[in-house]
Design a protein around this ligand. Structure first.
Ligand code: PEP
Ligand code: MN
Length: 280
């Protein structure tokens, strides 16, 4: 059912039928959704200032323009590292400023929105919260861009309607992020749905990122899936990088080393060119 407007009997802000031109979101001079492909990189979580600084320095040197790192981590087990909370936000904002990179970080709880918005340039809704309509509604009333990850098992329709919640509240700065969905396949963490990227680019005017790290859960698959994502028409890639993945407090198995990241960037540059685009 691609015709959401007919199904719900009204125009939908998320659809191209309500806005023909691509939405381009400007964040501190960095445009997402335009001709240039943006690369967002950083560790899964803020672990400490030194590691974040080293990671930021290295990924920026290879061409990443936005820094990612979680301060509130949605971990499957309550006993796993949950993130540093506000002190993590402070470190993230400080390093972002020092490196001149806008920063993106997850907000898990409606109560934390004002705090996270104080430190972050972009707020992220994680896959587990894509159906948290109270959170989406509140994010519709802030004046900051929101990265909306596709839910663990969300259909494209559910994902677009989640974006509609934010848009309907008056916040037009929504960036979609495909991060893989659950399928019957157990050998990868998730199944990267690249056809969703091409389809959503057709159906919606919003920018679409791809996160090949959470989509696969396996370091060696990140590079090939990032290449494929650019070829499929993604407006950017969000990828986890850690200077010492074996020691990472979360998601080390899927984190690229800075060296792998720089190799990936070289490939993405060429693929972007073949798709008549370029890396920012
Ligand atoms: C993340 O990007 O840090 C994350 C937890 O991703 P997801 O919500 O897609 O699992
Ligand atoms: Mn992670």
């Amino acid at each position: 059912m691609k015709n959401l407007a007919a199904k719900y009997g009204r125009e939908m802000l998320v659809l191209r039928s309500s806005k023909k031109d691509n939405t381009v979101i400007n964040i501190k001079g960095c445009a997402i959704g335009g001709e240039e492909i943006v690369v967002v990189a950083g560790p899964c979580a803020v672990e400490n200032e030194e590691i974040l600084k080293e990671t930021a320095f290295k990924v920026r040197g290879s061409g990443a323009v936005i820094l990612r790192a979680g301060a509130y981590k949605p971990r499957t087990s309550p006993y796993s590292f949950q993130g540093l909370g506000e002190s993590g936000l402070k470190i993230l904002a400080k390093i972002g400023e020092e490196m001149n990179m806008p920063v993106v970080t997850e907000v898990m709880d409606t109560e934390d929105i004002p705090l996270v918005a104080e430190y972050a340039d972009i707020l992220q809704v994680g896959a587990r919260n894509m159906h948290n309509f109270a959170l989406l509604r509140k994010l519709g009333r802030i004046d900051k861009p929101v990265v909306l990850k596709r839910g663990l098992s969300a259909t494209i329709e559910e994902w677009l309607l989640a974006a509609e919640y934010i848009l309907a509240g008056g916040n037009e700065k929504v960036i979609l992020c495909e991060r893989g969905i659950r399928t019957s396949e157990p050998w990868t963490r998730n199944t990267l749905d690249l056809s969703a990227v091409a389809l959503v680019k057709e159906l919606s005017h919003l920018p679409v990122l791809v996160d090949p790290s959470h989509a696969t859960g396996i370091r060696n698959l990140v590079m090939p899936m990032a290449r494929a994502a650019v070829a499929a028409g993604a407006d950017g890639i969000m990828v986890e990088v850690h200077p010492n993945p074996d020691k990472a407090l979360s998601d080390g198995e899927q984190s690229l080393t800075p060296r792998d990241f720089s190799l990936m960037m070289r490939d993405l540059e060429e693929i972007a060119r073949a798709c008549r685009r370029r890396l920012r």
